[in-house]
Design a protein. Structure first.
Length: 373
């Protein structure tokens, strides 16, 4: 998905959420721009919390909220400089993080007896499997949907679409598998399944101070690398909602709101993170399905639709709404909202609480749009 959406950037020359206007219309796209603004703030807050936990772990005298503020300020400064500095910083950070996580994985695999014990004592649970699948799936979807073309739009229009798809897809796949493998191995090696970012620091610290420092740097730089993209794309979504604002104003607004979310979410990081990821699945997947049909099947490639297209394109909006409604019986809102909305659809209930609604809404919205567009 990341690669397929990234390939739209050079054709349209606009960020992803603005390209969405070609499918839904200038006004019809506003709900998605707002949803993406909230989503990017959610990701921003998640990574700010991780950075805050690391600083607080190093010096417990620094309160978590102050540590989060330090993290946010660092990320804000880089994002303020814009597209070029983001590309350069991400290139360097990807190399540094790759090496650091390789060390973490090697150390965790040095305790194979602990990994074997973990595997023997772990039984299959469809609900837990669904949560894990939703978490992994939504992580990739959340980057592909609202972000992909933001960082490919300045490529020449003649750039090979196949190359863009391949490089973006492999980048997302390898980075996700790598980080997930490290997370699983460290969790199994320690027996700590809390999901807190400090688990890695504690594990590597058992090998000495030098390894603890490596873990601290890896986690902080990882949060930094992700959040620079989050706050930058957040500002683009804000401009898609209100184009009279300046980008620095949108950055400030996003940083302030995201920081407040981080301070509150830090009180229950794991629950906050899982609920947020499930929320992403619900709105993003049918939206992505319609965009893919528009671009690759209907071959809508006119960039002028982004600026001067219809106000509302009802076929796409109705396909989205119907696809979402069809997926309701497959939803488990009780798990997604931490019990705030005690609803479990009949199909999800029959599957032991497993929520596969995002697959259903993606397929349903895509097919409905394909038939009626």
């Amino acid at each position: 998905m990341v690669g397929l959406l990234a390939a739209m950037g050079p054709t349209y020359g606009y960020p992803q959420i603005m390209i969405s206007r070609a499918a839904y219309g200038r006004v019809g796209n506003l709900p998605f721009a707002i949803a993406n603004w909230i989503s990017t703030l959610g990701w921003f807050s998640v990574n700010a919390i991780i950075g805050g936990y690391i600083i607080n772990y190093i010096d417990p005298a620094i309160p978590l909220y102050a540590a989060i503020l330090i993290t946010v300020l660092t990320q804000f400064i880089i994002a303020l400089f814009g597209y070029d500095i983001i590309h350069r910083s991400e290139y360097v950070l990807s190399i540094v993080l790759g090496i650091m996580f390789a060390v973490s994985l090697a150390l965790s695999l040095s305790k194979p007896h602990l990994l074997n014990t973990y595997a023997r004592n772990t039984s299959f649970n469809p609900f837990n499997f669904a949560i894990a699948l939703a978490t992994v799936f939504s992580y990739i979807m959340s980057w592909g949907g609202p972000y992909a073309s933001d960082y490919s739009r300045y490529l020449p229009e003649s750039t090979s679409r196949l190359k863009i798809i391949t490089y973006a897809a492999l980048g997302g796949l390898l980075a996700s598998l790598w980080s997930e493998a490290v997370g699983f191995a460290v969790s199994a090696a320690t027996g700590n399944t809390s999901g807190l970012p400090t688990v890695l620091v504690q594990f590597m610290g058992s090998y000495g101070m030098a390894y603890a420092i490596i873990a601290v740097i890896a986690l902080f730089l990882g949060a930094l690398a992700a959040n620079v993209l989050n706050i930058y794309t957040n500002s683009l979504s804000a401009l898609a909602i209100y184009n009279r604002a300046r980008r620095w104003q949108a950055l400030v607004a996003g940083a302030v709101v995201g920081t407040l979310m981080a301070v509150l979410g830090g009180l229950n990081f794991v629950g906050y993170y899982e609920g947020f990821l499930l929320f992403l699945d619900y709105w993003i997947t049918p939206w992505i399905g319609i965009l893919l049909v528009m671009f690759y099947v209907n071959r809508t490639r006119d960039w002028k639709l982004v600026e001067n297209g219809p106000k509302v394109i009802w076929k796409a909006l109705l396909a989205y709404i119907i696809g979402l409604l069809i997926s309701v019986p497959f939803m488990n809102l009780d798990a997604a909202t931490g019990g705030l909305i005690p609803f479990i659809g009949p199909v999800a209930n029959a599957l032991g609480g497993a929520d596969i609604s995002y697959f259903v809404s993606f397929i349903a919205a895509s097919l409905i749009y394909l038939i009626y567009s």
